[in-house]
Design a protein around this ligand. Structure first.
Ligand code: FAD
Ligand code: HEM
Length: 367
């Protein structure tokens, strides 16, 4: 099934933009009320849902990884006001669009594969959404906004009602400057029971939401925040071993939350953290990390930059620097950053003999 899906999609991938246009057209004909769920301006990111959909459907042969992610995604989709019948409409539009673009390659087998895979995915998401009793989203008021560097801002919010999350997770956020443009952010602090969440946001050039958060957010702004997601965490039972943490850019934030959590434990496993970025300026949290390491005998921090040197730091990519420093076979490993960084780092660790089950990361962080 997965092979048929991948091969058939590869044939039309160069036409993904046109496919997306047709898909949304079909969706809004089948279920016109769906239009209101999407941002008003869909020109630059027309294929956001479709891209995610196709990506997920192609992973249908990894059910063990996929199912927990889909349950989270289904619970999270309630924030869009997605209801059960919308899943049928999306399924119809997807099949219509594929059929139109695959033309003679649209065989009975291909149709069965896509229909079955989408059906499985939609069922898992829909059932998880229906079983959920927590709110679809929480409102949160911005209580602090300040720049950490030219392009990174710290934003602290307080939620109305406690949003349950585990250190290392991420949440989906909608800001008043960009209605209906939800983006994922990872809290940089462990839950404290006071509803406060701190985010570190880097303005991405040309980005719709991140630039607006960094430049235009003010105390008093009201955000909406979806339920916590993600697979990255350290539980007391899994932390008997030494920990290796590897964070690139703002990918450091879930690791900061985990360190915040660990710093309240009675006994800590030894932690070696590698924090990487292109240039020294990108390591915006390094001073705080050095301070924490000075106060915590269990923590070692190694900065890694691709260009420009840092005292006590390594040069190169994170994947290279980490594997140069040891084999890490006796460590639990947590990796967080961009998908290419995660992929490259895990590949090097596996080549160095670290077992995959010892490596935690968020495998499907679709943006
Ligand atoms: C699980 C998860 C956790 C995240 N946590 C954080 C976090 O804690 N802090 C944070 O600042 N961001 C985080 N992000 C990234 C964030 O969700 C947004 O993708 C990012 O802020 C860009 O959104 P935008 O609307 O500004 O850009 P968009 O309008 O979505 O994109 C504009 C352009 O920028 C490109 N682009 C998108 N994201 C990036 C990127 N990260 N780097 C370079 N180019 C990019 C796009 O390809 C596009 O060309 C996280 C993402 C995921 C998946
Ligand atoms: C069944 C399989 C589905 C999968 C795998 C899926 C996956 C995703 C993912 C990963 C995203 C991007 C992350 C995010 O913004 O939360 C997304 C966005 C979105 N999805 Fe879904 N989704 C599915 C079904 C649906 C359905 C049935 C609807 C209802 C019409 C829907 C509506 C949306 C909307 C409105 C967005 C935001 C799009 C944007 O910002 O442009 N999704 N989806």
């Amino acid at each position: 099934m997965a092979r048929l899906i991948r091969e058939s999609f590869a044939a039309i991938e160069p036409k993904a933009d046109e496919l997306a246009q047709y898909f949304y057209g079909a969706l809004f004909v089948v279920a016109p009320d769906c239009r209101a769920l999407f941002p008003i301006a869909m020109t630059t990111q027309r294929n956001r849902l479709l891209r995610a959909l196709v990506y997920v459907v192609q992973m249908v042969d990894r059910p063990d990884d996929l199912a927990p992610f889909l349950r989270q995604l289904g619970r999270d989709h309630r924030k869009f006001a997605v209801v059960a019948r919308h899943y049928d409409a999306v399924g119809v539009a997807l099949i219509e669009a594929l059929k139109r673009f695959l033309k003679e390659k649209w065989t009975h087998e291909v149709e069965s594969a896509w229909t079955a895979a989408y059906g499985l995915i939609a069922k898992t998401m829909r059932e998880a959404a229906q079983a959920e009793t927590e709110p679809a989203a929480w409102t949160a008021t911005v209580i602090e906004h300040r720049r950490l560097t030219r392009d990174v801002a710290l934003v602290k919010v307080r939620t109305d009602g406690l949003l349950p999350y585990r250190a290392g997770g991420y949440v989906s956020v909608e800001v008043p400057q960009r209605p209906r443009f939800w983006r994922y952010l990872s809290p940089a602090n462990a839950p404290r029971g006071d509803g406060q969440l701190t985010f570190h946001v880097r303005a991405v050039p040309g980005g719709w939401v991140s630039g607006s958060i960094v430049s235009h957010t003010r105390p008093g702004d009201v955000w909406r925040i979806g339920p916590s997601m993600g697979m990255l965490n350290v539980r007391p039972t899994s932390a008997r071993r030494r920990l290796l943490m590897i964070g690139g850019g703002t990918g450091i934030t879930p690791l900061l939350a985990i360190l915040d959590d660990l710093s309240h434990w009675k006994r800590n496993p030894p932690v070696h953290l590698f924090f990487g970025g292109r240039r020294p300026d990108d390591l915006y949290a390094l001073d705080d990390l050095h301070r924490l390491a000075m106060a915590s005998s269990w923590l070692t921090v190694t900065p890694v930059t691709e260009e420009g040197a840092l005292a006590g730091g390594d040069r190169g990519t994170l994947a290279h620097a980490v594997t140069q420093r040891g084999t890490w076979r006796n460590h639990e490993v947590l990796v967080s950053g961009s998908p290419p960084m995660i992929q490259a780092t895990i590949a090097k660790l596996l080549a160095g003999g670290v077992e995959l089950e010892r490596i935690s990361y968020d495998p499907f962080t679709i943006d």
